[in-house]
Design a protein around this ligand. Structure first.
Ligand code: CMP
Length: 136
């Protein structure tokens, strides 16, 4: 049975800065994801605040928005059967220290903030996040 889903992936400023875009894309492609759309952008603080609105009550919200807007990011729509969960598995735990061996955050993540990648956590958020970056 097919369960084709789209999810949003962001390669965060720490990874873009270290020229890891191609390496990280290769991990997604070799794990069966189709990269439907992709672009490099830099968001303003206001845009970062909108994007991470679900976290607005969290103590780390301000830092998080400063960080996402601190440099270029690489955004992608990834497609695969069960893409949302599959992407979260490949990314690994939010905190790189807790991420399993072989996951993107374990390999490249520097800290809980500089954890190299973001991925949508549900079908609903995937739709919202894709719409946020790819309106057409
Ligand atoms: P991300 O998947 O982009 O979603 C929100 C981000 O907040 C998360 O990755 C982390 O980089 C960041 N963050 C910072 N501190 C925390 C924390 N204590 N718990 C969860 N996420 C955090």
């Amino acid at each position: 049975m097919s369960n084709l889903e789209k999810t949003l992936s962001i390669i965060k400023p720490d990874a873009v800065e270290r020229n890891l875009i191609e390496e990280i894309k290769k991990i997604f492609v070799s794990n069966g994801f189709n990269i439907v759309k992709e672009k490099k952008v830099q968001v303003s603080k206001t845009e970062a605040q909108q994007f991470y609105q679900v976290h607005q009550a969290k103590p780390f919200y301000n830092e998080l928005c400063n960080y996402l807007s601190s440099g270029p990011i690489y955004v992608m729509i990834l497609e695969k059967n069960g893409a949302i969960l599959a992407n979260r598995e490949i990314m690994g735990a939010t905190n790189p220290i807790e991420a399993k061996d072989g996951t993107i955050r374990k390999i490249y993540g520097i800290s809980i903030d500089k954890n190299s990648v973001h991925g949508s956590d549900s079908l609903d958020n995937a739709k919202k996040e894709i719409e946020f970056f790819f309106k057409d």
